[in-house]
Design a protein around this ligand. Structure first.
Ligand code: JD2
Length: 269
């Protein structure tokens, strides 16, 4: 997967070189490029903002640099695809199942012939007015070939940018949550981390993904509380059922804890 991040604060993304995402980059599972939006300005002051039409406080990000950034980044995609990196077969190939000749029986051709697939790309604009980010969105984006994040500042980006982008690429305005940040960078960092850990081969232990799909906060229940050694610490004891070795009882206890915690902390759920 290729991830492009466009921002006026490229340094915000230095942490992507660390930890799990950093390892995924080093392993070649994901390719991250951070771009300074000012690269796509043409005036001497390299301005990216202007006063809002209709008046009001603060500044708004001008559309032109975003348009130029999108032009160049989407142009790169076309160049890469024609070089074969994003598209395993010719765009003129006839995918299995669309010939009208496939009777559904397994054959050597089913194994040997590469299936043609349109590369999936998303243009993502973090915004306090976006649709709520969720594990479901992270799962969908993890299947994409390319994510392009447009990180705004000031009072946000001229509203024509997502309209224009939507004519050229699947576009989404997405919020990290109902609180106000100063820009899209922190939201993009969180979204990238949530997506990259779902890319096959990134997590050391795929079982943790399997378990998440059973009892995750994002599909219903919050996670049960976890403990490690020592069994007694500063007068606080680990629940004895967890020391019992009785797997059915442990599973039952964890389920009850998850239900109780969800009722307490997400009473509306
Ligand atoms: C952003 C700002 C509009 C006030 C670009 C804030 C966000 N969950 C979230 N909270 N805030 C953001 C976010 C995202 C992008 C920008 N600002 C500042 N904009 C009104 C303040 C500018 C997300 N995702």
């Amino acid at each position: 997967m290729r991830i492009d991040l466009v921002t006026v604060f490229p340094d915000y993304f230095a942490p992507l070189g660390l930890s799990l995402v950093g390892k995924a980059i080093a392993a070649g599972l994901v390719d991250v490029a951070v771009h300074d939006l000012r690269r796509w300005t043409s005036d001497v002051h390299r301005s990216v903002d202007d006063t809002p039409f209709g008046g009001g406080a603060g500044m708004v990000m001008k559309p032109e640099p975003w348009g130029a950034a999108l032009d160049e980044l989407l142009g790169q995609e076309a160049a890469t695809a024609s070089a074969g990196a994003l598209c395993p077969s010719s765009p003129h190939s006839d995918p299995i199942g669309q010939t009208g000749l496939d009777d559904g029986a397994a054959s050597a051709a089913d194994v040997a012939a590469p299936t043609s697939r349109r590369p999936r790309a998303f243009f993502i604009i973090p915004s306090p007015s976006g649709v709520p980010f969720s594990q479901a969105l992270a799962r969908d984006w993890a299947l994409a070939d390319r994510l392009i994040f447009a990180c705004g500042r000031y009072e946000g980006i001229d509203a024509r940018v997502p309209l224009h982008a939507a004519q050229r690429i699947e576009t989404a305005e997405v919020s990290l949550g109902d609180y106000v940040l100063n820009g899209g960078e922190v939201a993009a960092l969180a979204m990238v981390e949530a997506v990259v850990r779902l890319i096959p081969g990134v997590l050391g232990n795929p079982q943790s993904l399997v378990e998440e799909s059973h009892a995750p906060s994002w599909d219903g229940l919050l996670e049960y509380p976890v403990y490690t050694k020592p069994a007694s610490w500063r007068g606080l004891d680990v629940p004895t059922v967890l020391l019992s070795g009785h797997h059915a009882k442990i599973a039952q206890w964890r389920r009850a804890q998850a239900v109780a915690l969800t009722r307490l902390r997400r009473p509306s759920a």
